[in-house]
Write a protein that binds this ligand. Sequence first.
Ligand code: NAD
Length: 253
Amino acid sequence: GTTGTTAATEPEFAGLTAIVTGGGAGIGAATIRALQSRGATTAALDLDPSGAPEGSLQIQVDVTDSEAVHTAVNRAAAELGGIDIVINNAGIGAQGQVDANDDAEWARVLDVNVVSVARVTNAALPHLRRSSAPAVVNTASIASMLGLPERVLYSASKGAVQAMTLAMAADWVGEGIRVNAVVPGTANTPWIGRLMEKAADPVAERAALNARQPHGRLVEPEEVAEAHCYLASPRNRSTTGVLLPIDGGMTNL
Ligand code: NAD
């Protein structure tokens, strides 16, 4: 909106811009839809951004490629008119006990899930410093809270995301850049769909997965998107250094 008389009813994210890594599918795409519906303009930074919601800028980029990330972030800033919100959400899985993954797999998963959070945030930092409502929201996972079996590498990567969230929040609390993380439980995204399809009996596997959740079902990506929006919101300026579980009670019950 442009007139003072409508200010009270302006959408929550009116005039704000967000970049969402992994915005081409699953939780990231749901977060883009939620931000758009509240008035934000958005860019999806993804290996395959074609699945990003309509109306979002789609930028093809591998978050492990430093030069490409800087180019993508600066392009988003130029086309959107700045960057107020960074949603670090791109991530990949890894299965198995500690002997399951070789050094190359450790390097790859940590690069995508951990180093990219620093890389994308660094690239966006000059833009965040010019913002009137800067916020970074990272996507962690309950995997690092619970000691889930067969998840050593993935859990390590998401534990690092939590630690980085707190450390960055501490560094920037004085200058007003908020940093928080959502901690999703098992969510109903293409990722989990792919895992189910690999099972001998996908229907039974899905039922078993639902039964393992305290609230009896998977978390919907739209529910994680709500948390991304809450943590990114210019209405929640006192919320920083928070790790917010969206997990049907899995972490704390
Ligand atoms: P998804 O696989 O459905 O979507 C992830 C998106 O990220 C895809 O569009 C993919 O192309 C993109 N991506 C992957 N690697 C990339 C790279 N190197 N560069 C750019 N883009 C890349 O996954 P999702 O389930 O929506 O997961 C999103 C985030 O949520 C991840 O960080 C994941 O670890 C986390 N998470 C998911 C669950 C779950 O159960 N689905 C639970 C907890 C946390």
